[in-house]
Design a binder for this molecule. Sequence first.
Ligand SMILES: Nc1nc2c(ncn2[C@@H]2O[C@H](COP(=O)(O)OP(=O)(O)OP(=O)(O)O)[C@@H](O)[C@H]2O)c(=O)[nH]1
Ligand SMILES: [Mg+2]
Length: 250
Amino acid sequence: MGNYSSKPTMPPSPPAASKELKDPWRPVKWSEKQELLKELEHLKPRLEPLRILVQGPVGAGKSCFINTVQRVLLGRNVSIALESSTTAIQGESFTLSFNPRGPIAKDDKRYNPRPSPGDRIHCLVNIVPADAISRLDDSVIDKMRTIRKKASEWSIPQVIVLTKVDNACEIVSQDLRKLYHSKKVKDKVEVSSHKLGIPLNNIYPMKNYHAEITEDTNVDVLILMALRDIVNFANDYVESMYESSDCIQS
Ligand SMILES: Nc1nc2c(ncn2[C@@H]2O[C@H](COP(=O)(O)OP(=O)(O)OP(=O)(O)O)[C@@H](O)[C@H]2O)c(=O)[nH]1
Ligand SMILES: [Mg+2]
């Protein structure tokens, strides 16, 4: 009767741990690029320009990030125009400025002992490469933490833009919409949070335009989500400066 084997049956082995989460850990409205653009357009910052300091290790994707922002706001490809020196781009009230040489000496003619709200940095953006975060030299992390701590002393808002997610995860490389389903990316977000001491909800994993010449709406949506928050954080900071009694106005 029947066709049973006399061999004892082995319990089924547990399935290999999936690299993909069933539910995304952050919701993304992939079809709402235009809405995000409008939202940014309608933001009326208390002060213009807002100043965003971008810092990160060599090759982390700082220039590509700035170019990606420009490209998404302008709606077309842009040439690499911005390098790691004092730089200002103006687009949708978004200005990036950056002095790589360190603090200015107090006896320097350009030293401003009474900076107005407009002279200050309003948000610190740490650019960290997702594919290399675990291999980053401690000295690089220490330098970034030093600047971050200084920013914290002044209550300047801080975020991490986690670039190169396409290099960090094969699933994401094939389909950017899987970004928040990827366990690998989630792990990189957690590592970067731990290394720099920035909370998870201020970390934005993304992919920059770097080799592509055609538009990818998914790239645009991710960058716009980050940009919207960065501009809002910067503006909140400006508002708080005006509200606080120790605000120095020139
Ligand atoms: N796959 C991938 N490559 C990227 C991404 N962003 C940047 N790159 C590549 O990473 C390399 C470095 O990017 P940059 O933007 O020049 O880096 P950087 O931080 O400005 O570097 P320095 O100015 O030298 O400090 C380039 O070869 C880019 O093509 C990304 O999101 N994904
Ligand atoms: Mg650069």
